[in-house]
Design a protein around this ligand. Structure first.
Ligand code: NDP
Ligand code: 2IT
Length: 446
């Protein structure tokens, strides 16, 4: 890292020492920016690094709610509006007990560059709560969402900040949040994305992150004269992103042999497809059960507390959470002959794991590029809401596909320009950064 870049990075750690995930995300981006800063001194002159690491606004609020035993519970709510240089703040909400300001800042920081890469006018933000939806009744989830929006509504709006889903926030939660927003402002507008189809949602938004991740993998493989068809794939997680990654991989003729959740993973060497895939959707979307039940239902191996990465595969799609591929997992994947790793989750690989992938010369799709299909399709939902129309499945899917092809092209071309062809980490970081930095300069010093 250039000495100057290192100095700015050190100041981040010094100012907020208790936020390791945020430091990790900044380091990953900063590692690649030195050559761009040398080539374009205007960024340093305008103090872009010093400005970009400081969120424009951070909101932390009390979320009181009443549980089914009539007890008052108090959760903590967050919205970090990180950067609005290229458009209204945009990014998901995460409900998970591990949420604190450091997690929201890492996700918000990633979102700035990811949204820039989509080519759509969206700034970066993230929010959420330490509320744990697991094991809560339908009414408890509803009351929590209503209380959360009772504060959040004054900070968001279709031209200001447009939240969406992330871990623990899917169609059900977006519905309750939207209902409460409408009660409070007496307006039907596109303040959230991931809405139900009946009230302004977009076709393909539920599928978009998973589909997009596979479209990105397809482009990376194309460069290497390879294809998805016939490949053995491991997928982690079993939530929204994992489910639609599996669906698209099956459609393209690959075989998916693993899924996981925070309790463990399943290994099905015959492939998770057909009726078995339908069972996963029902298990996770309706029953809200555990992935262990799949192993019991279909008599396959359940591996308690184990991630999928020791299972031999050609393509790996980490789609659960941050830091789920550590150094040893990365080495195991490489030793077992993995060709491509495509990040459906945000920051699933540690920086040490990324180094192993890059050194091994495999195709590595970093999250901010590979999982951008979700937010890109959120951008398409915003566009449809603004026009008061809805596009067909085919129309949205075609646009999503085009966007993923373009993100791949941008990242690949930039990796070439900077002399490290096929390094998508470098390509995505510089590609995402430059548009935001140029917009910040154009709009003056604020
Ligand atoms: P879901 O809540 O639908 O699913 C999350 C999955 O990951 C579950 O299987 C969950 O298991 C598992 N998981 C969550 N936390 C942990 C943990 N600490 N350790 C092990 N497993 C865990 O979320 P999504 O599928 O929407 O999100 C998955 C990832 O994709 C996240 O990193 C998210 O930020 C990212 N992402 C999501 C997008 C979207 O549009 N939804 C867009 C781009 C990225 P369990 O049920 O046991 O908690
Ligand atoms: O991490 C992400 O890009 C998301 N959770 C989706 C954000 C969005 O606004 O659709």
């Amino acid at each position: 890292m250039l000495q100057y870049v290192e100095k700015v990075y050190d100041s981040v750690v010094e100012k907020d020492p208790g936020q390791p995930e945020f430091h990790q995300a900044v380091k990953e981006v900063f590692n690649n920016l030195a050559p761009a800063l040398e080539k374009h001194p205007i960024y340093r002159k305008n103090k872009i690094l010093e400005r970009i690491i400081e969120p424009e606004r951070q909101i932390i609020f009390r979320v009181p709610w009443v549980d089914d035993d009539d007890e008052i519970q108090v959760s903590r709510g967050f919205r970090v509006q990180f950067n609005s240089a290229i458009g209204p703040y945009k990014g998901g909400l995460r409900f998970h007990p591990s949420v604190y300001i450091g997690i929201i800042k890492f996700l918000g920081f990633e979102q700035i560059f990811k949204n820039s890469l989509t080519g759509l006018p969206m700034g970066g933000a993230k929010g959420g709560s330490d509320f744990d939806p697991k094991g809560k009744s339908e009414m408890e989830v509803m009351r929590f969402c209503q209380s959360f929006m009772t504060e959040l509504y004054r900070h968001v709006g279709p031209e200001t900040d447009v939240p969406a889903g992330d871990i623990g926030v899917g169609g059900r939660e977006i519905g309750y949040l939207y209902g409460q927003y409408k009660q409070l402002v007496n307006r039907s507008d596109g303040v959230l994305t991931g809405k139900g189809l009946e009230y302004g949602g977009s076709l393909i938004r539920p599928e978009a992150t998973g589909y997009g991740s596979v479209y990105f993998a397809k482009e990376m493989l194309k460069v290497r004269g390879e294809e998805i068809k016939g490949k053995i794939c491991t997928v982690s997680g079993s939530g929204n992103v994992a489910q639609y990654t599996v669906e698209k991989l099956n459609q393209l003729g690959a075989k998916v042999v693993t899924l996981s959740d925070s309790d463990g993973s399943i290994y099905d060497p015959d492939g998770i497809s057909g009726e078995k895939f339908k069972y996963v959707l029902e298990l996770k979307q309706i029953k809200r059960g555990r992935i262990k039940e799949y192993a019991e239902e279909f008599n396959v191996e359940y591996r308690p507390n184990k991630r999928p990465w020791d299972i031999k595969c050609e393509l790996a799609f980490p789609s659960a959470t941050e830091n789920e591929i550590e150094r040893e997992d990365a080495q195991t994947l490489v030793d077992n002959g993995v060709i491509a790793v495509c990040e459906g989750a945000n920051m699933p690989s540690t920086n040490e794991a990324i180094d192993i992938f890059l050194e091994a010369g495999i195709a590595f799709g970093p999250g901010k590029a590979a999982n951008a299909g979700g937010v890109a399709t959120s951008g398409l939902e915003m566009a449809q809401n603004a026009m008061r129309i809805s596009w067909s499945r085919e129309e949205v899917d075609k646009r999503l596909h085009e966007i993923m092809v373009n993100i791949h092209k941008t990242a690949y071309e930039i990796s070439n320009i900077y002399g490290d062809p096929g390094n998508y980490v470098l390509g995505a970081n510089i590609g995402g950064f430059r548009k935001v930095a140029d917009a910040m300069i154009a709009q003056g010093h604020w």
